[in-house]
Design a protein around this ligand. Structure first.
Ligand code: ATP
Length: 248
């Protein structure tokens, strides 16, 4: 593979906000620096220094904070598609999944890219070992043996977002309505970030949805007919008071 193939694995221009992930830039860079640095060097060099690639990463932390998003968004991962085929099936199929990934690696050459298999909610299936990214809410539920170097050696807590992170997440989840002028000018993202202390990313997404429903219901109530008048739909605007109502 050409040099560019290696450098493209870690792209310094990645904008995680554009990928729809807010408030996790530092976590992202830390994982990539630690877990994928060896992948950007030519294999000859990696062999010369006797470096072994990191085999497993564990993301843990409260629900709805972006663990799954983080593992899926950079399009370097081909594991989930394979895994999706086998969800809910037997252990033999999980073994087949690893075999397929190994076959793929043999076919493309060992340094052709990353073959990452993602196991979401690993606490439910923690007996398997291999080259994986794993996600869980309960790190303490995981077999100690899985956490040693050579297995899930890079571990990263993905916690609740801070105020800045929350403002990024609110901006992400209101981006479409902002682009289409459906977010009222009285909505202040910084104010909402303050009001959503201790919210997870998933809860912020839920808040935006609830505020949007409130705005829609306002139009339905205002409409005298069964169907909402198309002119009224044009006027749909999600306002600060819709957010405050949704927060309540
Ligand atoms: P669980 O531990 O419950 O599986 P998780 O941490 O894997 O949770 P995700 O599936 O990544 O949670 O997040 C659920 C949804 O919440 C995402 O699809 C996204 O819409 C929203 N979300 C969560 N965190 C973020 C974030 N940091 N930035 C933007 N959206 C987020």
């Amino acid at each position: 593979k050409s040099k560019s193939a290696y450098t493209s694995i870690i792209n310094p221009d990645w904008d995680f906000n554009k990928m729809g992930i807010g408030g996790l830039d530092e976590e992202f860079s830390a994982i990539f620096r630690r877990a994928f640095a060896s992948r950007v060097f030519p294999p000859e060099l990696v062999e010369q220094i006797g470096m072994k690639h990191v085999k497993g990463i564990l993301l843990y932390g409260p629900p709805g904070t972006g663990k799954t998003l983080m593992a899926r968004e950079p399009k370097i991962i081909n594991g989930p598609q394979i895994l999706d085929k086998y969800v809910g099936e037997s252990e033999a199929n999980v073994r087949r999944l690893f075999a397929e990934a190994e076959e793929e690696e043999k076919r493309c050459g060992p340094h052709s890219g990353l073959h990452i298999i993602i196991f979401d909610e690993i606490d439910a299936i923690c007996k398997t070992r291999g080259s994986v990214v794993r996600m869980t809410n309960r790190k303490d539920m995981i077999d100690e043996a899985l956490l040693r170097p050579g297995r899930l050696e890079v571990q990263m807590e993905i916690g609740l977002p801070d105020e800045f992170g929350r403002s990024q997440i609110i901006a992400i989840h209101t981006a479409t309505m902002r682009e289409n002028n459906k977010l009222a000018t009285d909505v202040n993202i910084e104010e909402l970030a303050v009001l959503t202390k201790n919210f997870s990313g998933a809860e912020i997404e839920g808040l935006v949805r609830a505020a949007t429903s409130t705005a829609m219901n306002r139009l339905i109530k205002a409409s005298s007919k069964v169907e909402v008048d198309p002119d009224a739909i044009e006027k749909l605007n999600v306002t600060r008071s819709d957010f405050l109502h949704a927060l309540e």
